[in-house]
Design a protein. Structure first.
Length: 220
């Protein structure tokens, strides 16, 4: 189980025309003449099994990325694909998202080095290993910035994650969710990117601590 974003709330909805325009602009910056269709990708982000990993999550990730002082198209593209395949009952979502990204990038004519970097950023969002480079670190930190959202937004996120895992018995969910959140809280540095750390780390630790206590109480 996995796991705006400033002190104020983020928009809960995502503009399809806005996202479509952004997709086109990204590929134009990359010098692609025939831009990949965005509609199938947006459709994936709207599948019925999603409650948190939706277009709103994608839009929020892109909004946080925009605040990064050092933009890199490879990170931006990785964010578009990092949860493109999402089945809460599967264990290979990131690997399948990578395959989708590779197919799209290869058809657009992107070179192997570019593809490898994007795919590395996507795979990093498994949150299993430390990031291998600053691009992976930024992708990870953007994905986890929700942990440092306002208390209201974090509560909504926590609720939506439970909705995605409604098929898991409550006691099991409390135990496993608590284990994951505890592992995040135990990290010496929750975020690797300095500006994200400054903005979100303290609030994230408060949110995580409250959520863990609630799970322990509910689990008994």
């Amino acid at each position: 189980m996995r796991h705006s974003m400033n002190s104020r709330s983020l928009p809960r909805g995502a503009s399809h025309p806005g996202l479509s325009h952004r997709w086109t602009a990204l590929w134009r910056r990359l010098g692609v003449l025939e831009i990949p269709a965005v509609a199938p990708l947006l459709a994936r982000w709207q599948e019925p099994q999603r409650a948190y990993h939706t277009l709103t999550h994608l839009a929020n990730c892109l909004a946080i990325y925009d605040r990064n002082p050092h933009h890199d198209a490879r990170v931006e593209l990785a964010l578009w694909f990092h949860d493109a395949v999402y089945d809460p009952q599967a264990h290979d979502n990131e690997a399948r998202s990578v395959k989708l990204a590779q197919t799209t990038m290869a058809a657009a004519g992107m070179n192997g080095e570019f593809q490898d970097t994007v795919c590395g950023c996507i795979l990093a969002t498994r949150h299993r290993d430390p990031p291998a480079n600053t691009l992976e670190a930024l992708t990870l930190d953007v994905d986890l910035a929700i942990l440092g959202a306002s208390r209201l937004r974090f509560t909504a996120y926590d609720r939506d994650i439970r909705r995605e895992y409604a098929w898991v018995p409550w006691d099991t969910y409390c135990r496993e969710r608590g284990r994951i959140l505890t592992a995040f809280l135990a990290r010496p540095h929750l975020y690797s990117t300095p500006w994200i750390h400054r903005r979100f780390a303290a609030r994230a630790r408060g949110n995580l601590s409250r959520a863990i206590r609630a799970l322990e109480h509910d689990h008994g």
